[in-house]
Design a protein around this ligand. Structure first.
Ligand code: IFL
Length: 434
């Protein structure tokens, strides 16, 4: 099955000098490599990194610096972030957006990414940047569809009809003008020069990987398979395009695994065979996928964990078949009872995080191609301030995006028991690379 490896991007070797050790994360077989050693990590998701890093009204650079230090102390060395948001009428889309209209950008927000990446580099952290979103909370594919078909947005936070929303988002792959605008966004980001470090993004080893989108799906579970061919082609061609602009960096899809390919396992494999896709990604959502009911935790946790183990192991085994590394780049579970409040318990979450981490570490230690994980998500010092726990423009940014209660899955800086579990896992993963 399609092999793929990005050889270390060292400087050409002259007789007089040894090859320069690359600062970029590279791939050899099923292993990430960094500075000549295997790269294993514990990471997180901070979709709003560019928002906090901005010098404009959304920014809070003091908070960002303080929390990157906290994350470093917790052993976090990899952060997955949103690269571009699209201005939208969608009720729960973040405001403001970094793309104000096709081809026009909020430079203060883009410069926020510059700051975030510069601060990550100081802490020897690696970034994974997704350049679009299948979901509505950053505008995303459904906003592109509205812009380039002239149709009004299909808003799932108004209709509550997620299948129609997903099938509408998937139209994105088939609208040429939307694809042209999307590629212009990719070019704008990948060829951007960091205004603080002076480095081109494509030449910045802080950026480990560019991702086609957050959770790209072929459509709804009912109708997604019908889009299999265009979905597979979109992944292959877009990954090739990004790779042509950023030969030193890796390319990944941001897909969730077979739950993100209309439940079709073969479609997950087929859509990730492309040699332009350097490594596999998957996400795991026990409550979203109705494996776990936080309001009936005792009765549902064990069966949820059984399903989770199967999901975790199946994708690691597929990665081995495809000869590519894999990262569990999103997972999370509710606070006790499904509460959102910062002082609500996390007994089931801590148990789940430890079980996931122990499985990943055991498989990695056995030589399986799992390189690490990014928990969803870092709430840090952000706090919900509204009675309904929902975000409004001007509120704190947290890891729970605007379409979800602020406290649903994110880890607050006060969640010390969970942070301790993360720190212990990070130490175990980093020891593998020594
Ligand atoms: O990418 C995502 N996956 C699941 C998260 C939690 O529901 C969600 O907030 C986000 O859109």
């Amino acid at each position: 099955i399609g092999a793929c490896s990005k050889k270390p991007a060292g400087a050409p070797v002259s007789q007089a000098s040894a090859p320069a050790v690359s600062e970029f994360v590279t791939i050899e077989g099923t292993q990430f490599r960094l500075r000549g050693k295997p790269y294993y990590f514990a990471g997180t998701n901070i979709w709003y990194g560019g928002y906090l890093g901005s010098a404009g009204p959304t920014g809070d650079r003091d908070r960002l610096v303080r929390e990157l230090d906290q994350l470093k102390a917790a052993g976090i060395t990899n952060i997955r972030i949103l690269g571009m948001s699209e201005a939208s009428e969608l009720k729960r889309a973040v405001r403001p957006a970094s793309m104000t209209e096709p081809g026009k950008y909020d430079e203060q927000l883009l410069a926020g990414l510059d700051f975030f990446l510069a601060e990550m580099a100081k802490r020897d952290m690696k970034a994974v940047i997704y350049v679009n979103n299948f979901w509505q909370w950053s505008g995303g594919m459904s906003q592109y569809v509205s812009w380039f078909t002239g149709k009004p947005v299909v808003d799932p936070d108004v209709t509550r009809d997620w299948n129609t929303f997903m099938d509408n988002s998937a139209l994105f792959y088939a609208v040429p003008a939307a694809q042209d605008a999307y590629r212009e966004v990719i070019r704008t980001l990948v060829t951007r020069r960091n205004t603080l470090t002076g480095k081109l993004y494509s030449e910045d080893p802080t950026i480990m990987s560019w991702q086609l989108a957050n959770e790209p799906r072929p459509g709804s579970d009912a109708n997604g398979r019908a889009n299999a061919e265009i979905f597979i082609r979109w992944i292959d061609e877009t990954a090739a395009f990004i790779g042509s602009l950023a030969p030193n960096q890796l390319v990944s899809t941001g897909n969730e695994g077979w739950m993100g390919t209309a439940g079709d396992k073969d479609l997950f494999v087929e859509s990730h065979k492309s040699p332009n896709v350097d490594y596999l990604t998957y996400h795991m959502w026990a409550a979203n996928w109705s494996w776990f009911d936080p309001k009936d935790a005792e009765a549902t946790y064990d069966s949820a964990w059984t399903k989770a183990q199967d999901y975790l192991n199946w994708h690691i085994d597929i990665a081995k078949q495809l000869d590519k590394p894999i990262v569990l780049e999103e997972f999370g579970i509710n606070r006790d009872g499904g509460a959102f409040a910062v002082d609500a318990g996390t007994a089931f979450r801590d148990r789940y995080y430890k079980a996931v981490f122990d499985l990943l570490h055991r498989r990695a230690a056995e030589g399986a191609p799992i390189a690490g994980s990014n928990f969803w998500a870092w709430n840090g010092a952000g706090r919900a301030t509204n009675a309904d726990f929902m975000w409004k423009p001007g509120d704190d940014f947290v890891g729970d995006p605007p379409q979800e209660p602020q406290g649903l899955y994110g880890i607050f800086d006060s969640d010390l028991s969970t942070i301790a579990i993360i720190r212990e896992h990070s130490a175990q993963m980093q020891a593998l690379g020594q």
